[in-house]
Write a new protein. Structure first.
Length: 198
């Protein structure tokens, strides 16, 4: 027994030597909390979901799936930026999966909506015109190939440059720029055919 120290006191003293050694060596002890980062990035993820053409209800489902994946995520991220890229990549993949499940439904609903809009000969309400154009843009985005949709949403809805997009999607910057060019040409052609000036 140590002099001046009772046995019960010795048992209560717990020292984490590995943490002290890391601290002494000048290492940062940092643990990223995925849920906190998810909440901090939620607005950006919502913009991605909206840019991918999903409705509010579908978007909520996608973001719930992303948050559940964050809770189950066991990988350790070295930086906050890596974690944010992971969230963006998972959100895009979840949106693409949702597109695959709902594509047939959306196509048929879009055709019905298009016929109804063509039956209306006169639309004087500016809000209705803007809503129609928004729907056309949304339909045009949905028709883009999956490889083009992700870069377009990240560039024009999240204001990311091609370098950051290439890190998120894990492709070359030149590939991102090429896909953005192809997507712009396809969108411009489709919008002009539908009477919307890009």
């Amino acid at each position: 027994m140590l002099r001046g120290v009772k046995r019960s006191q010795v048992n209560e003293i717990v020292v984490d030597f590995t943490a002290l050694e890391s601290f002494a060596a000048g290492e940062k002890i940092l643990e990223l909390n995925l849920v906190d980062i998810f909440l901090a990035e939620l607005e950006r993820l919502k913009r991605i979901v909206a840019g991918m053409g999903l409705s509010a209800a579908d978007g909520e489902d996608v973001l719930q799936d992303v948050s559940l994946r964050a809770l189950k995520q066991s990988d350790k991220f070295e930086t906050r930026q890596e974690c944010i890229r992971w969230f963006i990549r998972v959100t895009i993949n979840q949106c693409l999966a949702e597109h695959r499940r709902r594509r047939t439904f959306r196509r048929k609903a879009g055709e019905i909506l298009k016929r109804r809009q063509q039956d209306k000969m006169y639309q004087t309400d500016k809000k209705a015109i803007l809503s129609e154009e928004l729907e056309i843009v949304r339909e045009s985005l949905q028709k883009l190939d999956e490889s083009l949709l992700g870069p377009v949403v990240l560039r024009y809805f999240c204001d990311l440059d091609s370098k950051e997009i290439s890190r998120i999607l894990e492709v070359k910057s030149s590939t991102v720029r090429g896909r953005l060019r192809d997507a712009r040409l396809i969108l411009a052609k489709g919008l002009l055919e539908r009477g919307v000036e890009p």
